[in-house]
Structure formats: C-alpha cells, structure tokens
Design a protein around this ligand. Structure first.
Ligand code: PNS
Length: 164
C-alpha cells in the first residue's frame, strides 16, 4: 500500500493539478491532496471552498484503483506526512524555473524527515504554463479560463465576484 501526499495551496485547483493527480494514480495506491492552511496569505477561496471544489473535480478524473482523499494541514509538511503514514510527497514541475525552489524544498524536507521521498512529476505540455496565480490574474482582468481550470472552478470564481 503506497500512500503519497500531494500538497499545495490549490487556490484554486487547475487542470494542471488534476493532470499531476492522474499521473500520480499510476504510481500510488492512495493520494492525499493536502491543502496548506497558511494564515499569512489572503486566499481567493477559503479552505472549505477549496476542499469542496477538489472533492467535486476529483470525481471527474481517471483515477484507476487509486484512492483520492482531500484534507488540509497546518505546520510542517513532513510532520503531516508522517502522521498520515505517507511514503512520498508528490510535486509537479512545469519548467526549469520551478526546479530550484522545488529542489530546495525537497532537500529540506529530506533533511527533516529522511524516510519520506519527494517525487517530481511533469504535467502535460498543455499545462506547462498554468498556475493558480496566473489563473486568478487572468480571471481578475476578464480573460477566458476555459481549458485552464475545471468548469465548476470557473463558475465558482464568477459566482464569488458577482456576490460582491
Ligand atoms: O501550491 P504551493 O503554494 O506551491 O505549495 C507549497 C507547499 C504547501 C508545498 C509548501 O509551502 C509547504 O510544504 N508548506 C508547509 C510548511 C513546510 O513544511 N515548510 C518547509 C518546506 S521545506
């Protein structure tokens, strides 16, 4: 039973995240999609909203026999990973520019907890430029999001703005 943690902000979940999860399902029996609770950041979506969207969109992807679970965590990722009895941390690498930061995190996490491996996965080229940060920027400036995020995420983003 191989269990992995896929950590991130997921504010919001993008098609790039889903692509990584689908690929991770080929390697692991269970993946916990773990949303970082970060009190220092002002998010677009609350943790509850992010969890809810993830729960919904995970039903739409190719997961084979892999169990997918959504959770949130505070504090050190490796402490959370040990508490969940995970074997690995999955991170997506889109471009070389991601690599430096991801390598630092992976090595720090390994120093803190040598029993947990970090596995880097490459998304499909179509998503190599997609990030939650750019999705929010494009949305706020009135750009088209189809193909970048699941339809339900785009609808929730529009709903949030119309509530204001
Ligand atoms: O989606 P993101 O924002 O790139 O995810 C970053 C995340 C959540 C993986 C990273 O910030 C993290 O693991 N934070 C938890 C705190 C921690 O363990 N810090 C030490 C990492 S070396």
């Amino acid at each position: 039973m191989r269990r992995a943690i896929y950590p991130g902000s997921f504010d919001p979940v993008t098609n790039g995240h889903l692509d990584i999860i689908e690929r991770g399902c080929k390697l692991f029996d269970e993946i916990i999609i773990a949303i970082l609770v970060n009190p220092d950041k002002q998010p677009f979506f609350s943790i509850g909203e992010r969890r809810d969207m993830l729960d919904q969109v995970l039903k739409t992807i190719e997961q084979q026999n892999c169990v997918l679970r959504v959770d949130d965590f505070e504090g050190l990722l490796v402490h959370y990973a040990v508490a969940q009895r995970a074997h690995a941390i999955v991170r997506g690498i889109r471009a070389i520019s991601d690599y430096e930061y991801e390598l630092q995190m992976a090595l720090m996490n390994r120093r803190l907890e040598p029993s947990i491996e970090t596995v880097f996965m490459m998304p499909a080229e179509t998503y190599s430029y997609v990030s939650s940060r750019l999705v929010k920027e494009v949305f706020q400036l009135g750009g088209e999001l189809s193909g970048l995020v699941p339809p339900i995420v785009e609808a929730r983003m529009k709903g949030k703005v119309s509530q204001k």
